[in-house]
Design a protein around this ligand. Structure first.
Ligand SMILES: *[C@@H]1O[C@H](CO)[C@@H](O)[C@H](O)[C@H]1NC(C)=O
Ligand SMILES: *[C@@H]1O[C@H](CO)[C@@H](O)[C@H](O)[C@H]1NC(C)=O
Ligand SMILES: *[C@@H]1O[C@H](CO)[C@@H](O)[C@H](O)[C@H]1NC(C)=O
Length: 196
């Protein structure tokens, strides 16, 4: 959901440098990898939209350097972490505003709690991922998906209240589902390698 539709000169230069750094062939391969991966993710998990998946990878320049599923998976965790961190900051800003309804304020505080915990969880998830402990990583990413639904469900306890975080929660939900889906694919590969 990039605000600047037109590329600014500096972002164009950065993209240009990225292309040079990754070399043109790999640039093409990276997009192929993203499309293949997102196709597999959306097939394995109906909660993942193919379009959302490709867009979220392509909006991060680092994806153009990903040479295999493992690198793309790590990037997906980092993209999700960035999104969660940003959501925490957003909640803190909302909480700073005066004349908040006490119920909404309570919900926002609960969301801040679960998302702050999630930020700590990312550190462990990345450690597990790098050590190929995919089952542990799966467990941690699942708890981050839960954080997004827990946050959103809080607001549903009162009928006349609309969550100010619906869009952000949906983003975190999908992004962590993508990361989880890639981790599960890698785990299948790892298990197959072990038996073949
Ligand atoms: C996607 O799934 C197909 C068929 O299962 C497999 O051959 C391919 O390697 C997968 N691609 C990625 C990037 O995981
Ligand atoms: C899709 O999301 C729903 C709601 O959170 C969840 O219950 C379900 O398990 C998810 N499906 C998959 C395949 O993960
Ligand atoms: C969070 O992810 C969504 C989907 O990729 C994206 O539209 C949004 O800009 C991201 N927000 C941040 C702060 O990265």
């Amino acid at each position: 959901m990039s605000k600047q539709r037109k590329m600014s000169p500096s972002s164009f230069l950065l993209l240009f440098l990225t292309i040079i750094l990754c070399s043109f062939n790999q640039f093409v391969d990276a997009n192929h990898l993203i499309q293949q991966t997102c196709k597999n993710c959306s097939k394995n998990d109906p909660n993942i939209s193919y379009k959302f998946c490709t867009t979220s990878f392509q909006s991060d320049r680092r994806s153009q350097c990903a040479q295999n599923l493992e690198e793309l998976g790590l990037l997906s965790i980092k993209i999700t972490r960035h999104n969660v961190t940003n959501t925490c900051d957003y909640i803190k800003d909302l909480l700073k505003k005066k004349d908040k309804d006490p119920f909404i304020k309570e919900c926002l505080n609960d969301c801040l709690d679960v998302y702050s915990d999630a930020i700590t969880t990312f550190r462990e998830a990345i450690r597990d991922y790098k050590a190929k402990r995919y089952e542990d990583c799966n467990f941690k990413l699942s708890s981050i998906i839960d954080a997004s639904t827990t946050c959103e469900d809080g607001f549903k306890q009162k009928n006349d209240v609309t969550s100010p975080l619906t869009k952000r929660n949906k983003n975190v939900f999908q992004l962590s589902a993508i990361a989880l889906s890639i981790v599960n694919m890698l785990n299948v590969d790892k298990l197959n390698d072990g038996t073949l």
